[in-house]
Ligand binder design. Structure first.
Ligand code: GDP
Length: 295
């Protein structure tokens, strides 16, 4: 799956093999190839450039220990740096609130995997002893409401929906219903469009202002490559979200968008979605993603 990236790195490190020190010449060759490899893994150009400069500085300052080759050292530095940039460690959801229910609002483009993620998260929270309620505030697409209801049945989690096309009213009544019925977490699925759209943003802003969610998560499809970064930036500028959910990582997306998104919007990636089934959700571990990007 990651042939491109690992092949390039291997070729680079073969060139470096047999050299006992990291010097301007061999680091230059290594960094050029690493930059190309990162670009082919969908890492944004500016992000790749900055990354390579930082790694070069770190590598040049290091004495090569006898037991490892310069190539191995560079791989380690690259891997550590990738991990660090992607947040170091997993940042868990923060659902602490004085006033129950805690609210998780989920936003993103249509087709990104929002509705599926809402159900996956509900299942996960339920397994951890919570009593979630799913709220279908994606009111313009009847199919989205039906999809959430079907998923809710599948995981045995209640779904709140109204027959009116009013996202704010649905969300407020959903929260009231949770309060009455003892649901301690509300997960609000919101409307998405195929592209960033003013009406969608205005509605999402209003939902955020009124619901004051403990967690506002932005869901983005890793398969859309560079576009994922642009979309993340637009959503973050408008909504100042708390965390990112990267979906469809079961496909052949190389995960470079994880690095770019973290660099560009500086928000933690909290979950990764790895399939269409309700169990296909993992928390995001930067070190594992670094290995994946390296191939
Ligand atoms: P929404 O429009 O953002 O609510 O997106 P949906 O949740 O309806 O997902 C759109 C499509 O992507 C559906 O066919 C889902 O089954 C599929 N999907 C969602 N998450 C994943 C994932 O992690 N991997 C794969 N392969 N498909 C996914």
């Amino acid at each position: 799956m990651f042939d491109n990236l690992s092949d390039k790195l291997e070729a680079t490190f073969k060139k470096l093999a047999g050299q006992a020190t990291i010097n301007e010449v061999n680091i230059g060759i290594a960094m050029r190839d690493i930059k190309r490899a990162l670009l082919s893994a969908d890492v944004n150009y500016k992000v790749a450039k900055k990354f390579v400069e930082e790694v070069r500085e770190k590598a040049l300052g290091q004495d090569v220990v006898k037991s490892v080759s310069p190539a191995q050292m560079i791989v380690k530095i690259v891997s550590d740096e990738l991990t660090e940039i992607m947040g170091g460690e997993n940042k868990p959801l923060d659902l602490n609130t004085k006033k129950l229910p805690a609210i998780v609002m989920v936003a993103g483009l249509q087709g990104s995997g929002k509705t599926t993620f809402c159900a996956k998260l509900a299942k996960r929270l339920k397994k951890n002893g919570k009593h979630p309620l799913l709220v279908a505030a994606d009111v313009y697409r009847p199919a989205a409401v039906d999809q959430l209801k079907t998923l809710g049945e599948q995981i045995d989690v209640p779904v709140f929906a109204l027959s009116e096309q009013d996202a704010l009213k649905t969300a407020h009544q959903g929260v009231d219903s949770a309060r009455k019925n003892g649901n301690d977490v509300v997960i609000v699925d919101t409307a998405g469009r195929l592209q960033v759209d003013e009406d969608m943003m205005v509605e999402a802003e209003a939902l955020k202002d009124q619901l004051k969610p403990e967690e506002l998560l932005f869901v983005v499809d890793a398969m859309i490559g560079q576009e994922a970064v642009n979309t993340a930036k637009v959503f973050n500028d408008r909504l100042d979200f708390d965390g990112v959910v990267l979906t469809k990582l079961d496909g052949d997306a190389r995960g470079g968008s994880a690095l770019s998104i973290k660099q560009v919007v500086d928000k933690p990636i909290k979950f990764m979605s790895v399939g269409e089934k309700v169990d296909d959700l993992d928390v995001f571990y930067p070190d594992r993603m670094a290995q994946r990007i390296l191939g």
